[in-house]
Write a protein that binds this ligand. Structure first.
Ligand code: GDD
Ligand code: MN
Length: 371
C-alpha cells in the first residue's frame, strides 16, 4: 500500500476549513489542488456552506461520498463568513486547523510551508500574508485595497500583536487556541482572523509567510464596500471590551444618520410646503427618517437576514410601530431622570439609549427574525 493511501485512513493532523457560498464551480479544482499538494500529510477538508442556491453543498457531498477526507457542513437559515468559519473549526478534532477561501485565490501550496512552521511547538499560528506589489495587493480592487490598508492601521487599536495582514482569510492555527477563544468570537462579519487575534487571552506566537493572492477562479466575490461598516463595528466592539455587539453599533450608526435625514427632510418640507405647518412637516420628516432607517438597516445591519418583497411592507409597519413605542419609552425615561434633578443632557441621553435598545431588541425579534 502506498504511503498516501495509509494517510487517507489516519485521523487528520490538519483540518482545512473552507467557508463557501455559491462556489460550486471551484470545489472540484480546490480538492484536486489540495490533494496534489498535501501528499505526505493526513488532512481533511471541511466545506462550510450556508445553503447556497447554486447547490454547492450537494456538490461537495457528492465528493465526500467518494473520499473520506472531504466533509461538508450545510448550515440553514444563516449567513456569514465568520460564523461559518467558526463552526467549521469547531467541528475539527485535528491538531491544526487552517482556514482558506474556496475560490482558489489562496495558494494551496503555502499550506505545506505553514504546516512545517506550526509543527514547531513554539508557534501558535501562521498567517499567509498577501504579497504586496508596491502598496497594493494584486487580486484586490483599488477600493478594497484601500480598505485593507486603512483597516490594518486601525486594527492596531485592538490587536496587540504586530501582524502584516490581520484581514487575511488564510491562516493556520493550533486547534486548542480556537477552542479557547471560540466563545468570545463574533459570528457576524468577515474578520475572523482579526477577531481571534483581538480575543485571545494569551499573546500568540505568530509566523507569517507571504504568497501571491490570485484572481478568483469562478463565480464572484461576496464581500463589498459594506465590509467597511462591519469593520468599524468590530473595532468598536473590541474597544468597549466586547460589551457593545457589532450589530448594535451598526444599528446606532444608522439611527444617528436618521437624525440627519430627519432634519434635512424637515427643512425641505417646511420650505417647499409652508402651508403644511410645522406639525405635519415634523410628522412627515419622522416617517421619512423611519423609512430611511428601515432601508439602511435592511441593507447593512441585518443584511444577512435581509427581507424582500411583500415582507418589506409588513416589516416596515412593525418597524414603525416599534420606533413609536421606543419614542414613548425614550421620553418617559428622560422625563423621569430629569425630574429626579439630573442635568438635561444626561436625561436626554438616557432616554435616547433606552429608546434605541428597545428598537434594537424589537427589530431583531419581530422584523429581522433569525430564521
Ligand atoms: N459559508 C459562507 N457564508 N461562506 C461565505 C460567505 C457566507 O456568508 N461569504 C463569503 N463566503 C466564502 C466565499 O464563498 C469564499 O470561499 C470565501 O468565503 C471568501 O469570500 P470572497 O467573497 O471570495 O471574499 P474576497 O475574496 O472578496 O475577500 C478576501 O479578502 C478579505 C480581506 O480583504 C477573503 O480572503 C476574506 O476572507 C478576507 O477577509
Ligand atoms: Mn475571494
Amino acid at each position: 500500500m502506498k504511503i498516501s493511501s495509509n494517510l487517507e485512513i489516519l485521523p487528520p493532523e490538519l483540518s482545512i476549513i473552507v467557508p463557501v457560498f455559491n462556489e460550486k464551480g471551484n470545489i472540484e479544482k480546490l480538492i484536486e489542488l489540495v490533494a496534489a499538494t498535501l501528499t505526505d500529510v493526513a488532512w481533511e477538508i471541511i466545506f462550510v456552506d450556508d445553503d447556497s442556491p447554486d447547490g454547492t453543498a450537494n456538490h461537495v457531498k457528492a465528493y465526500a461520498a467518494k473520499d473520506r477526507r472531504v466533509r461538508c457542513i450545510r448550515r440553514v437559515g444563516r449567513r456569514g463568513l465568520s460564523g461559518a468559519t467558526i463552526e467549521g473549526m469547531l467541528s475539527s478534532s485535528a491538531r491544526y486547523v487552517a482556514v482558506m477561501d474556496g475560490d482558489l485565490q489562496h495558494d494551496e501550496r503555502v499550506l505545506i510551508k505553514m504546516l512545517a512552521l506550526i509543527r514547531s511547538p513554539s508557534v501558535d499560528m501562521v498567517i499567509a500574508t498577501r504579497e504586496r506589489d508596491g502598496s497594493s495587493i494584486p487580486g484586490l480592487t483599488g477600493q478594497r485595497s484601500f480598505i485593507s490598508n486603512f483597516g490594518k492601521l486601525l486594527s492596531r487599536l485592538v490587536i496587540k500583536t504586530d501582524v502584516n495582514d490581520p484581514m487575511s482569510g488564510f491562516f493556520m492555527v493550533r486547534r486548542e487556541i480556537v477552542e479557547e477563544v471560540a466563545p468570545k468570537l463574533a459570528t457576524e462579519g468577515f474578520k475572523i482572523l482579526a477577531d481571534i487575534l483581538a480575543s485571545s487571552s494569551k499573546k500568540l506566537s505568530i509566523r507569517e509567510t507571504p504568497y501571491v493572492f490570485r484572481e478568483r477562479h469562478d463565480g464572484e466575490s461576496k464581500l463589498d464596500a459594506r465590509v467597511a461598516f462591519d469593520y468599524i463595528g468590530f473595532l468598536f466592539h473590541h474597544l468597549t471590551g466586547r460589551l457593545v455587539p457589532i450589530r448594535f453599533f451598526l444599528f446606532g450608526l444608522v439611527g444617528a444618520f436618521g437624525v440627519i435625514v430627519h432634519l434635512t427632510a424637515l427643512r425641505f418640507y417646511l420650505s417647499i410646503m409652508p402651508s403644511w405647518g410645522f406639525e405635519l412637516s415634523q410628522t412627515l420628516a419622522t416617517f421619512t427618517a423611519m423609512a430611511s432607517n428601515f432601508i439602511l438597516n435592511n441593507q447593512l445591519t441585518y443584511r444577512d437576514r435581509r427581507i424582500k418583497g411583500l415582507q418589506l411592507i409588513s416589516g416596515f409597519l412593525i418597524f414603525a410601530l416599534s420606533c413609536s413605542i421606543g419614542i414613548i419609552a425614550n421620553i418617559g425615561i428622560a422625563q423621569l431622570i430629569y425630574s429626579d434633578g439630573q442635568v438635561w443632557w444626561l436625561a436626554g441621553l438616557a432616554g435616547a439609549i433606552t429608546g434605541s435598545v428597545f428598537n434594537y431588541v424589537t427589530s431583531g425579534l419581530f422584523v429581522w427574525r433569525k430564521k
